[in-house]
Design a protein around this ligand. Structure first.
Ligand SMILES: [Zn+2]
Length: 179
C-alpha cells in the first residue's frame, strides 16, 4: 500500500489542467488508481483527484463511506473515473459546505453553490465505459474532483466567505445538526 501526501493549495500542480489518460490498462494507470484509492482511504476523504497526489492525469476516485453522522442516502460505493466528462448539469443549484484534502489537510470548510445533479461519463479501472446519474453528496463530490482535473480548487468558488469555518467548528455547527 502506498500512501501519498496530499498536494497542498499554493502548489502549481493543483492549478494545472490534467492530461487525458492514454494507456487505460497500463501498469502506470493502474498504479495511479491504486495509490489514489489507498491515499483517499488513509486521509479519510470522500474523493480524490490524481493531481492531489502529484499525477497529472484525468483520473479521480470517490467513495462515500458510512459514518455516524452521514445521511444513509449519501453512502456510495468505491468508484474510479478515468477520462471523465460531465455531460449534463441540473439547472437547480444547491449551496453546501465543502472541504478538501488539499486545503490545510481538510481543516477548512466553506459554502459552494453547485448544480444539484449531474450525469457523468467515464471509464472505470477496467477501461469499461459507464454513465452515472449523480445526486446529493455524490454529485457534489464528483463536481469537486472534476474541477481538480481542470486545475480548479473549491476555494475559487466559495459563495459566502464569511461563513467559512474550521474542521472543528464545522463538526460542531453543521455535521452534528444534520443527524
Ligand atoms: Zn479537493
Amino acid at each position: 500500500m502506498i500512501i501519498k501526501e496530499v498536494v497542498q493549495i499554493g502548489n502549481p500542480l493543483l492549478s494545472q489542467k490534467s492530461k487525458k489518460v492514454k494507456g487505460l490498462t497500463s501498469e502506470k494507470t493502474q498504479k495511479v488508481v491504486r495509490n489514489l484509492i489507498d491515499s483517499m482511504h488513509y486521509h479519510g476523504l470522500v474523493g480524490m483527484a490524481a493531481s492531489q497526489i502529484g499525477e497529472k492525469f484525468r483520473i479521480f476516485v470517490t467513495e462515500i463511506r458510512k459514518t455516524p453522522y452521514r445521511n444513509p442516502k449519501d453512502i456510495d460505493k468505491l468508484r474510479v473515473y478515468i477520462n471523465p466528462k460531465i455531460v449534463w448539469f441540473s439547472k437547480k443549484e444547491v449551496i453546501s459546505y465543502e472541504g478538501c484534502g488539499s486545503v490545510a489537510y481538510a481543516k477548512f470548510f466553506a459554502l459552494v453553490k453547485r448544480p444539484k445533479k449531474v450525469v457523468i461519463e467515464a471509464l472505470n479501472d477496467k477501461g469499461i465505459k459507464f454513465k452515472l446519474n449523480a445526486d446529493r453528496l455524490l454529485s457534489r463530490v464528483i463536481q469537486h474532483e472534476y474541477d481538480h482535473l481542470n486545475g480548479i480548487e473549491f476555494t475559487e468558488k466559495i459563495t459566502d466567505i464569511k461563513k467559512s469555518m474550521s474542521l472543528e467548528e464545522y463538526k460542531k455547527r453543521i455535521v452534528s445538526k444534520k443527524r
